[in-house]
Design a protein around this ligand. Sequence first.
Ligand SMILES: [Mg+2]
Length: 183
Amino acid sequence: MESVYPVPAHYGDKAVFLDRDGVLNQEIGDYVYDPALFVIPPGVPGALRALKAAGYRLIVVTNQGGIDKGLFTRAQMDACHAKLEAAAPGLLDYIYYSPHHKIKTRSQLSKPNWLMLERGLHRYGCRPEHSFLVGDAARDLEAAAALGIRPILVPTLKETEHPLAAHVAADLAAAADWILQQA
Ligand SMILES: [Mg+2]
């Protein structure tokens, strides 16, 4: 059966899903919503460029439950994402975020549920078996594994190893190197 999501022929069918905090910006052990604390490691733009050049869609999937908790606003989150876009212009295809928090509602969007990833696959016609996720928390890896997307763990303040991890990389740059070797 043909996909209901037509995909232009020149686009690839593979994606790298990116957790945000701890992967694209430094994990600080707390919610990041002040752009001044949204620090992008120097290796990140180059890693994104290399993956993009290899034909990967770059799709951010981030839980932002602090919005639901009233800790910060979408506008503050957007200001952080503007900083990301300025550091890596045009490289990120889409940013999915879940504003929900389990204290208020159970959402299929929030990782370890996988709806953000599923939407990304459908939006761009990507195949899970050609795709990867880079994340620093068990819930990131669980969301990817549920769809058959290979999870890569970047240890920060959370997990240093995980049985679902297809690979453990020091940072996004090292994860990108490994992804590019798999092709
Ligand atoms: Mg994270």
